[in-house]
Design a protein around this ligand. Structure first.
Ligand code: ADP
Length: 625
């Protein structure tokens, strides 16, 4: 009998499979089970409209048999089957060749090994050649009297000829390769391995996947002895938890599912289970973990949700489904709108996927808003762990997402505890023009800043920015509900009355000579020295002029490679009502230099900046004492 040649494209894909160095060869089982499930679907749907076909859902099954001795795995279904022509056209050519097109487009790229192409997406029937050196397909089509067998040992072709088969459906027999030096193929003949693979990839296939399972049970007749029992068992659970109705699922079920699936020991903080119909139809089950995953802050961390197409896992981490600011969300999406044979390349441009991603983003936001409203304590706990991500989200992408996130962020406040921007805005006094904030590495330190104390004395609230990103996020927001953000350590923040302003202005004019001398002593360190009335009881403080604040300058200078170009313009502010003002006015040249340096350095310390020469500073203080 004459061997037929595969169509050119199929030959290429087949060749790729046979020579694959891809490590996840295990997916062959998923592919064959999906095909069996599709064929069963087809028969079942036909039976719904055609009364001559009897297909009770209870009879429809996918069966796996393993024969270790002969090194075969057999996957059979009682689905719609294939005629001889269909065996040829379906298995001799690739129907949808997304993977191959992708490979062709990139064929000049040496590094793009087949590794990338295979595995992430459906590669279909040919994947069986990754683990087999010979594949037989025996099939009997619905409505046909005869069966046929398709056999291939790889690239040199295949044969199709009549065969014996009583029932309608398809049986695929894989002749598993022998172990090589580098590769263990025996594993696919082990019952536990097969069971695991079914659970991992095909748990939610709607038909029972059965296999005869050996187990050791105590022998009733001989105490202490064991005998081998063989029972047919269903390996898959068939109904995915996310397809069930919310009100049928207990909280423990969600938690157990989460912990088992995402390898966490702790129950999640929040479970989001949604069914969406409309532009896109999909089920989503998402979790916000209590703690950040171990590798969350490492470069190896990959965000993403699992992607299922009708209960079949097609991608483990679909990054396009989650914005970066929600990278901590774990979970999955199941949509019938996506085909199994979809490549990652195609997926990125998939319109349907974009709609799903948008809906998911919206859903997570609304669930977080709900938690913030209804369970403040829990929200703050969540925020302590992942809040920084939301603030990065405001800053990132040129502020593209800021509107959706601004009501989800919290700040510690001078009033104690966390405050939302909305709450701050609502309790602002009529006389207050700006939303005040101050920066530092710890709340306690910020609270003690002279400028913060002065503003608090006026009865105003100050937001405490303790994360590097805070001020960048506020700058990106620019305003909230018509009120601008103002850094109290910035020079332009001034709450005094007109009369007070006038008095300070006069004081500065009268002391011009003194201030100029002080500026000269400090040189380029500061852009100006001024008297102020904003410091309460404190002698001196630093403020920043212009766009770059003290905190931003600090953050930027800590960035890898430094950022010398960006420097805050510092102003040394001296409290005009403090005794020190008089001391300065009466000091001789020598004393003035020391006073100035001491005041400047202590102002740096208060602002959380380091000082260049601590020894000199300490010596000067001792001398004065
Ligand atoms: P895909 O399933 O993505 O179309 P495959 O290469 O896996 O690609 O399969 C090619 C075709 O062969 C399928 O579309 C289907 O028509 C047919 N086929 C494969 N397996 C079976 C089966 N068990 N029963 C019936 N038809 C099958």
């Amino acid at each position: 009998m004459r061997k037929k040649q595969f169509k050119a494209e199929s030959k290429k894909l087949l060749d790729m499979m046979i020579n694959s160095i891809y490590t996840h060869k295990e997916i062959f089982l998923r592919e064959l089970i999906s095909n069996a499930s599709d064929a069963t679907d087809k028969l079942y749907f036909k039976s719904l409209t055609d009364s001559s076909i009897s297909a009770s859902k209870d009879d429809l099954k996918i069966r796996i048999e393993r024969d270790k001795e002969n090194r075969t795995i057999t996957i059979s279904d009682n689905g719609i089957g294939m005629t001889a022509e269909e065996l040829e056209s379906n298995l001799g050519t690739i129907a949808k060749s997304d993977s191959l097109n992708f490979k062709n487009e990139n064929k000049d790229d040496e590094n793009l090994e087949n590794v990338e192409v295979i595995g992430q997406f459906g590669v279909g029937f040919y994947s069986s050649f990754m683990v087999s050196d010979k594949v037989e397909v025996i099939s009997k089509a619905l409505g046909s009297d005869e069966a046929n067998i398709w056999v291939s040992e790889g690239v040199d072709g295949y044969t199709v000829q009549p065969a014996e088969k009583e029932t309608v459906g398809t049986t695929v027999i894989l002749h598993i390769k022998n172990n090589t030096e580098n590769e263990n193929f025996d594993q696919y003949l082990e019952q536990d391995r097969i069971e695991d693979l079914v659970k991992k990839y095909s748990d939610y296939i709607r038909y029972p996947i059965v296999m005869e399972m050996e187990s050791q049970v105590p022998d009733k007749d001989n105490k202490g002895e064991y005998i081998t029992e063989i029972n047919e068992e269903v390996l898959n659970s068939q109904v995915p938890i996310w397809r069930k109705n919310k009100n049928e699922i207990k909280p423990e079920e969600y938690n157990d599912f989460y912990k088992q699936k995402f390898y966490d020991y702790t129950d999640p903080t929040l479970v989001i289970h949604s069914k969406t119909e409309g532009q896109a139809t999909f089920d989503a089950l998402m979790f916000i973990p209590k703690n950040a995953p171990m590798d969350y802050y490492s470069k190896d961390f990959e965000k993403g949700l699992q992607l299922y197409s009708n209960g079949v896992l097609i991608m483990d981490k679909c990054a396009d489904l989650l914005p970066d600011y929600f990278s901590f969300v774990r979970g999955l999406v199941d949509s019938a709108d996506l085909t199994l044979n979809i490549s990652r390349e195609v997926l990125q441009h998939d319109h349907q996927l974009k709609i799903i991603a948008k809906a998911i983003d919206k859903k997570i936001k609304s669930e977080l808003a709900k938690m913030l409203r209804n369970d403040r304590e829990k929200y703050e706990e969540f925020y302590n762990t992942f809040g920084v991500q939301l603030k990065w989200g405001i800053y990132a992408d040129y502020g593209m997402n800021k509107d959706g996130l601004k009501d989800l962020i919290l700040f510690k406040s001078s009033n104690g505890g966390y405050v939302t921007l909305k709450e701050y805005r609502e309790r602002m006094a009529d006389s207050q023009n700006d939303i005040y904030y101050a920066c530092g590495d710890r709340e306690e330190k910020i609270a003690l800043l002279p400028q913060v104390e002065a503003i608090k004395e006026k009865g105003f609230e100050v937001l405490f920015c303790t994360d590097d990103v805070d001020e960048f996020a506020l700058q990106m927001l620019m305003e909230y509900d018509g009120k601008h953000f103002a850094n109290v350590q910035k020079e332009e923040v001034d709450l005094s009355t007109d009369a007070e302003k006038e008095a300070v202005k006069k004081k500065n004019e009268d002391s011009k000579e003194l201030l100029d001398k002080m500026k000269e002593i400090l040189g380029d360190e500061v852009s100006a020295v001024k008297f102020t009335n904003k410091l309460g009881n404190h002698a001196a403080a630093l403020s920043a002029e212009g766009y770059v604040s003290l905190e931003m300058a600090k953050v930027l200078s800590q960035m890898p490679g430094g950022n010398d170009g960006v420097k805050a313009q510092l102003v040394l502010e001296i409290n005009s009502a403090h005794d020190i003002a008089e001391k300065l006015a009466n000091a001789d040249e020598n004393a003035l230099e020391k006073y100035t340096k001491i005041l400047y350095n202590q102002a740096r310390l208060i602002a959380g900046l380091s000082i260049d020469n601590p020894t000199e500073f300490a010596d000067m203080i001792c001398e004065m004492m």
